[in-house]
Ligand binder design. Sequence first.
Ligand code: PHE
Length: 456
Amino acid sequence: MQNREQWGSRLGFILAASGSAVGLGNIWKFPHMAGENGGGAFTFVYLICILVVGLPIVIAEFVIGRKTQLSPVGAFETIAPKSNWKWVGMLGVASAFVILSFYGVVGGWTLKYTLISLTGGFNELAGNPELSGKLFTNFISGSLAPILWQVIFMAITIVVIIQGVKGGIEKWTKVMMPAILIILIMLMIRGLTLPNGMQAIDFLFKPKFDDLTASSIVLALGHSFFTLSLGMGTMITYGSYLRNDQNLLSSALWIIFLDTVIALMAGVAIFATVFAMGANPGEGAGLIFVVLPTIFPEIAGGAIWGTLFFFLLFMAALTSAISILEVITAYFIDEKGWSRQKATIIFGSVITGVGALCSLSMGTYNITALAGMSFFDVLDYLSSKYMLPIGGMLTGVFVLVRWGIPNFISEMVVGMKNPKVNATFVRILFLVSATVVGFILINEIIATITGTPIIG
Ligand code: PHE
């Protein structure tokens, strides 16, 4: 396509793609998963999963996008015309709908908590997890307030996407990613210099293999897709705005590196604070919104540190949310010929509406209670346990059996200076990645049906 939008620079692309990867998954989910699963042992498995399962799929998505210059549905259709592979692209668009619906709700929470901290609202919570828990539950189960914040978060996301690839996504992520890194480094140093803060390093990096259970392996695998934004065509879409002059292998390695380092730094910053104040690292999902607000007021300048932390979380959520909305916008531009503005406003609003239902489902209006889960939980569960792994696995299978490793490699090496790629090695990588994810999926399905997984 002649006038397809393009990234302005290689750095812009790398920051936008790592902005997509770095999100609530890194700063909210990773630390609490590590906290509940023995720390070091979990980190160790997570790192292996990212490299073995994540890397091949990141590269595959970039290569498919750059080659076809199209978002997922058109991309699969171009390489495999008149086949069913375009449904993998459709699944991606559907996943984007599902994920952004609940992601926007949590995005709203981050804004609200930034404001609470800024106005000294954590002070009364000092050392009182019970009160903090109550405040949090009251807020998220309310009808009006969480929806208001979600609408604001989604409106910002929509504004960025309307501004386009270079003028919106790239411009905003170029400011927010460095800001995220700087704030995180400050928070980490603050945490580590608190008494006992250094215990965090031991906790996260010293693997105690006794703690390693099959279920933490399964968890780490699933999370590696979510954290790298894989399996729904985000990276295909971002790759489609690239010209042919970029080394995709090194770009992919940069993105994985940044995503991993930021998750680990967030872990260190959070656990250092937790240990310094003698709190429990295994608190689970409430670690961030319930435990941290009780700790910040106890450290010097706590209101500032708290505000910085939640603002960092907001920026990380925003750079991910825009990448999810872009998948949907790009689909309607590429396949239906809509204008960017029309696609973004219409579907951004529809998703905000579904998200509002999600938010309501945590309060008195418990809309769907499938298997005891709220609508919010159902969307989270569906996307991270099924939709993303299925999408990612099929992307790997597509490269292996439909496109073919030789075709894939000849496209991948475009833009590389001295390409030395061993086809057998690449084939094995894709085989292992697709098989491992396939196994995890089957395991999950069996667990859902029979109540007992093969492993985990
Ligand atoms: N990677 C993002 C995170 O870690 C979430 C995400 C998933 C973004 C899928 C885009 C697509 O929070």
